[in-house]
Design a protein around this ligand. Structure first.
Ligand SMILES: *[C@@H]1O[C@H](CO)[C@@H](O)[C@H](O)[C@H]1NC(C)=O
Ligand SMILES: *[C@@H]1O[C@H](CO)[C@@H](O)[C@H](O)[C@H]1NC(C)=O
Ligand SMILES: *[C@@H]1O[C@H](CO)[C@@H](O)[C@H](O)[C@H]1NC(C)=O
Length: 153
């Protein structure tokens, strides 16, 4: 019995680490670049780069060294003609709260936040097709659930 619990715990821990370690996000830094976004595996360094870009236009971007990551998709438009003025996709530290950051005063009067998405799931920050990866996790969880039931039955 205890051996089984141990096995399952180790399995769970392994899966959790794998999921946390393997998050990948679409990455691009301006409207032109975002026509051809790259895919980046989230690391502290990658999330720090996103923080640096966020810091150019926002106040209160904290210096996070957290290794909990999400994918970010952020877009601002000019409030008078809806032209995309600023676009940023990438890995972001979860505790930076990227969608809650205030714009610097010199941008806030003319820019409108058009979109801001923080999501977790591989490449979830580009297309709705990214939702597929979370359903993969759901299937994995369901399979694990079945496995647990079998082991304890
Ligand atoms: C990322 O930024 C944090 C906070 O500024 C810093 O402590 C950490 O060393 C940086 N890590 C990398 C890999 O650049
Ligand atoms: C974050 O780091 C920068 C540069 O390393 C420093 O100037 C700034 O004061 C730090 N901010 C906070 C809130 O610690
Ligand atoms: C939209 O408005 C901004 C600010 O007034 C201006 O700089 C930009 O050129 C405009 N874009 C278009 C396509 O009209």
């Amino acid at each position: 019995m205890y051996k089984k619990v141990l096995t399952v715990s180790v399995l769970l821990a392994f899966i959790c680490v794998r999921l946390a370690a393997s998050l990948s996000c679409y990455t691009c830094v301006n409207p032109n670049d975002c026509k051809k976004p790259k895919q980046t595996t989230c690391t502290t360094a990658a999330a720090n780069v996103t923080s640096d870009y966020l810091r150019v236009y926002h106040d209160n971007v904290r210096n996070s060294s957290s290794s909990r990551f999400d994918c970010l998709a952020l877009q601002y438009t000019h409030s008078n003609n809806n032209t995309v003025t600023y676009q940023l996709h990438g890995c972001v530290h979860s505790d930076v709260s990227a969608c809650a950051l205030p714009l610097k005063a010199q941008y806030s009067y003319a820019w409108r936040k058009n979109k801001c998405v923080i999501c977790s799931g591989n490449n979830c920050n580009k297309s709705p097709a990214g939702k597929m990866s979370s359903s993969v996790y759901t299937i994995a969880a369901a399979t694990l659930g079945l496995l647990l039931v079998k082991i304890y039955a």
